[in-house]
Design a protein around this ligand. Structure first.
Ligand code: ASP
Length: 354
């Protein structure tokens, strides 16, 4: 009998490590949320969006799967979407009232909460990289306009001619807005801001967001995307978040920080409660989705719309949006790999099943 028990123990010990013990990683990306009309989405258009989302997702997940840093993964994913004319970031950015393209971006490292942001920049091909340079090579968090461009030149960024960013579709949206006296919301049915959030195998998280803002913006209007706490937030203790939508409302709610703060409070509560084994696993596993949905409901209550993506230390990759669609994708070490556009298209569960 003793021998049998010893054999069983040995067999258990030599079992391959349960997936739960394997290092986890996860990545979520978005390419903007908005009122997407399925009738307007031709198969060709859908295929083009899905292809670029998948390329961004693959670039980021390759880095994470190979043990790379969350920070590198989000930059790799965001650069691909900034370079794609389909999204409202980098090339393909929307036009201001004055017919220029003014770019905003922000980035945050959940390890030390270092952050960088830029607003109203017109000559930097990849705004997310300039935001990251503010984070790593300046004493500041946010630089704007001409000053940010002078900083870029000093740090070796090539000046990109304004024509690079301009696309006919975005120019037509501005012309329509002016001719029909519409608001940005009417011409920007799909907003197109881009963002990425990641958890790497070392447990570090990072978040980044990049945008051209809203069509017809004037007077130096800046939205939530470059604001740490509104459009972007990362804190290893809680989550990494990137937002997209009607920026003014996201600023008022402080969406990205609000989600992280609620999750951190829940984590603390869980630590106390779990010692007494009081919390059912459904409650804890469902928390990130519930909290993100609650914060988005708060945005909606004020009259705003849009969406968020987030990852958590446990490897959840969550979407929440109150628009008909959000260009999005997620990939995890548990084998999830999907891109989606309209609501409810996800195949996988947001809960890591490993
Ligand atoms: N949040 C961005 C802004 O308000 C726009 C967007 O996400 O579509 O500038």
């Amino acid at each position: 009998m003793k021998k049998l028990l010893a054999l069983v123990a040995l067999a258990l010990m030599t079992q391959p490590a349960h997936a739960e013990d394997a290092p986890k990683w996860s990545l979520a990306i978005h390419g903007g949320a908005g009122t997407l009309d399925p009738a307007q989405m031709t198969p060709e258009k859908r295929a083009a969006y899905e292809a670029d989302l998948q390329r961004a997702l693959d670039a980021g997940s390759k880095i994470l799967a190979e043990g790379g840093a969350a920070m590198d993964a989000i930059k790799a994913a965001i650069i691909i979407m900034e370079d794609s004319p389909l999204f409202n970031a980098g090339k393909g950015a929307v036009f201001t009232w004055d017919g220029t393209n003014e770019l905003d971006a922000s980035i945050m490292d959940g390890r030390d909460r270092s952050a960088g942001a830029i607003a109203g920049v017109k000559t930097v091909k990849n705004p997310i990289l300039l935001a990251d340079t503010v984070r790593t090579q300046s004493e500041h968090v946010m630089l704007m306009g001409a000053g940010a461009e002078a900083f870029a030149v000093e740090k070796g960024f090539a000046a990109t001619p304004p024509e690079y960013f301009a696309t006919p579709a975005r120019r037509e949206a501005l012309e329509r807005l002016k001719a029909e006296k519409l608001s940005a919301l009417h011409v920007d049915h799909k907003f197109g801001t881009v963002g990425a959030v990641a958890l790497d195998q070392s447990g570090n998280m990072a978040a980044g967001t990049s945008t051209g803002g809203m069509t017809g913006k004037r007077w130096g209007r800046v939205g939530d995307a470059p604001l740490i706490g509104a459009g972007t937030y990362a804190d290893n203790r809680a989550c990494a978040v990137s937002a997209t939508g009607w920026g003014e409302y996201f600023i008022r709610v402080g969406v990205a920080h609000e989600i992280c703060a609620r999750l951190r409070a829940f984590e603390e509560f869980k630590t106390i409660a779990e010692a007494e084994e009081e919390l059912p696993v459904e409650l804890t596993n469902g928390a990130p989705q519930r909290i993100a949905d609650d914060v988005m409901a708060d945005v909606a209550k004020l009259g705003g719309d849009g969406g968020v993506i987030l990852v958590t230390p446990e490897g959840h990759a969550v979407f929440s949006f109150n628009t008909t669609g959000m260009y999005r994708g997620r990939a995890t070490s548990a084998g999830v790999n999907e891109v989606a556009i309209f609501g409810g298209e996800e195949k996988a569960s947001a809960t890591p099943d490993h």
